[in-house]
Design a protein around this ligand. Structure first.
Ligand code: ASP
Ligand code: MG
Length: 418
């Protein structure tokens, strides 16, 4: 069994769906296809949820109408009639929007219930299209096949329970399966989602449970590059990476794969290929346990949208170390993601994601007896495997606020460049 994952950008139009078919049609042996919502549908569905939660039924329904139109135009271009199963899904959302009365405290639950339709609709269209064009397949309902906890919006997959349900879903003579990325369901049958961009993670979980030979993520890039070519013109292709390389890359903000993807694969030593959607014969990059050629170029990862926060106790009579646990407790409470930490005896500097919780966090820290200052509009650049030339080039300048380096990795916080 192989697992192929196609993201929203790849299937954003009819040409993309046809290309998906072209990629899978001559695949021999078992194939499990994991697909995201088409194009920007998840963002649109988030707006539907916002309207619905705010009590604007008309706005929410109108926004959903645009989602229907978008999918219908793709279906039409694929020269199909709108499948009954797709109409049924549309109807389910419309029913919710017209009749249900949400309460704010249940926001995450409603979010999952509604936003999951992006993947339900995309996979239904793709499964029907493949069946109609000679690629016999079974549509898999991941709300049943992947059992999760009830942490709505950020659900965790229960691997043990899912083993049974997923294996059941793929039992029989069929060789090709089409399932939704990003979604699962609780034991009691409620729909959950696994966090934005979670389809890569779904693909990894499926591969791990089914003991797949490999996973391929089809993307609009050649494979993994050492830097985003839109930001760093000197970027080059990396043919092979270890799981550890990939985790570090994902953690530092490289947008190649979702950070949670690696662990399930590493546990079973399943290779992960990142392959170009536009060229099915190109090898792409492979991520696995052992590689034959170590990465020789420095890897540059830029994470924008940072706040550099300085924290120090108002009372100098104690050293900061004694209160670190407390500080991290507050950070966790406000769900703030910390990307870099640097401390001295009386001062702690943090680079954190800029979210709307940051201001509340500052108030809470002040309340707990700390002085807090923030520099907004910062970015974090990580250079893995840097050389002296990189140190010279990036390690100085007025806009540089903080530098941290080990022998291998250099990280710096600087004013946002764009
Ligand atoms: N459709 C979901 C999202 O846009 C999941 C994914 O694309 O991986 O976040
Ligand atoms: Mg997506």
């Amino acid at each position: 069994m192989k697992v192929y994952k196609f993201g929203g950008a790849s299937v954003r139009n009819a040409a993309g769906v046809r290309n998906l078919k072209y990629i899978v049609e001559d695949q021999m042996g078992g194939l499990f296809i994991v697909v995201s919502a088409m194009g920007k549908t998840t963002n649109s569905l988030e707006r539907v949820v916002d309207g619905f939660m705010a009590g604007d039924r008309d706005d929410a329904t109108e926004e959903f109408g645009r989602i229907e139109e978008y999918h219908n135009s793709i279906i039409e271009e694929l020269e199909m009639a709108v499948p009954a199963a797709v109409k049924k899904l549309y109807g389910e959302v419309r029913d919710v929007l017209a009749h249900e009365k949400p309460v704010e405290s249940e926001f995450e639950r409603w979010y999952d219930r509604i936003v999951s339709y992006g993947e339900l609709i995309s996979t239904t269209i793709i499964s029907e299209f493949l069946n109609a064009s000679g690629v016999a397949n079974r549509w898999v309902d991941m709300r049943r096949a992947l059992v999760t906890d009830d942490r709505f919006k950020y659900a965790n997959v229960d691997m043990e329970r899912s083993e049974k349900t997923l294996r059941q879903a793929v039992a029989g003579d069929i060789e090709v399966f089409v399932g939704q990325g990003f979604i699962g369901g609780t034991l009691s049958g409620e729909t959950t989602t696994l966090g934005r961009e979670g389809s890569d993670y779904s693909a990894a979980v499926v591969a791990s449970i089914l003991d797949a030979d490999s996973v391929s993520i089809w993307k609009d890039v050649m494979g993994v590059l050492n830097a985003d070519p839109k930001i760093f013109p000197e970027s080059t292709f990396i043919p092979e990476l270890t799981y550890l390389d990939a985790v570090e890359l994902a953690f530092s903000g490289a947008q190649i794969i979702h950070p949670k993807t690696i662990k399930p694969l590493q546990n079973k030593n399943i290779p992960l290929h990142v392959r170009p959607f536009g060229d099915k014969h190109a090898p792409g990059s492979v991520i696995r346990g052992e590689i034959s050629v170590p990465i020789e170029v420095p890897i540059l990862i830029l994470k924008r949208g940072q706040v550099l926060m300085q924290i120090r106790p108002r009372d100098y009579s104690f050293v900061l170390e004694e209160r670190m646990g407390e500080i991290f407790g507050v950070l966790e409470k406000y769900n703030v993601k910390v990307n870099l930490v640097q401390t001295s005896a009386v001062n702690m500097s943090l680079s954190i994601d800029r979210t709307r919780r940051v201001e509340e966090l500052v108030v809470a820290l002040e309340g707990a007896g700390f002085f807090v200052t923030c520099d907004w509009g910062m970015e974090l650049l990580t250079i893995r495997g840097y050389t002296m030339a990189y140190l010279e080039r990036y390690g100085r300048g007025e806009d540089l606020f903080l530098v941290q380096r080990t022998r291998k990795i250099m990280r710096l916080v600087r004013r946002e460049t764009t």
